[in-house]
Design a binder for this molecule. Sequence first.
Ligand code: PAF
Length: 286
Amino acid sequence: MTTIKPEVISDPRVLSERLAALRREGKTIGLVPTMGALHEGHLSLVRQSKSLCDVTVVSIFVNPTQFAPGEDYEKYPRVLDADLARLDSVGGVEFVLAPAPKDMYPEGFDAHVHIGGVTRRLEGEFRPTHFDGVAVVVLKLFNISGADIAFFGQKDYQQAAVIQKMVRDLNLSVKIRVCPIVREEDGLAMSSRNKYLSPGERKEAPVLKRALDLARKMIADGATDPAQVKHEMRTLIGSAPSAAIDYISIADPDTLDELDRIDGKAVVLLAVKIGATRLIDNMIVP
Ligand code: PAF
């Protein structure tokens, strides 16, 4: 294991200069954008970056522009010291960008990035301003770092699709790697928001993964009618007393358009509130 400790930088301009110098030496840069409260899912992205790039940068920034009023911006966990300790346990991360909001959005900042199409449904319907906020901060992080490859988790499937579309539509040169979902032993997808669950809710939360497994099995057994699969998933999720479904979708994996018949590759996506905590998960089938 490499034992280097990351250099923690708050000023994006300082990081840009350091990375530009490394790029001039021919080094490749890997970027892992995060909002902190790092878990094994994030660390798997870091390991991927280390295996593919010469220099790894992890950004830790709870991005205000992707939260709507009334969402969890204020209470989102901010645990920089614990995050740095987790990164030390992996080793080999050269830089951590940990800016304050004013470093990313200085006085007078007034720019917008809107990606159409794939942003409209699902999360876009429930959180209409969310992906504009994600797009603006991710584009800034790409520009600050000049990354060759950026790493995102499949857990935020639609986010990864939006970012891939932004890269295509705006001719960005960064390559995007989407890495598999990392799960707890009982199937719950790792997420910084799992910390909000009470012990009772935490016991109910694996129902999302059980519903996805049920869909996968039904489709493997020949189900082609999305309505029938969704009905069975709803019934299963309904058995968890604290669960309230925002959406269940069976969609084309590239466009995220809803399918009216399952006859090839599909992605099953769902958003479910467990008590006050909104969880998302997905699975590509078959
Ligand atoms: O997935 C996240 O944690 C965030 O949406 C991201 C990509 C770091 C942008 O703030």
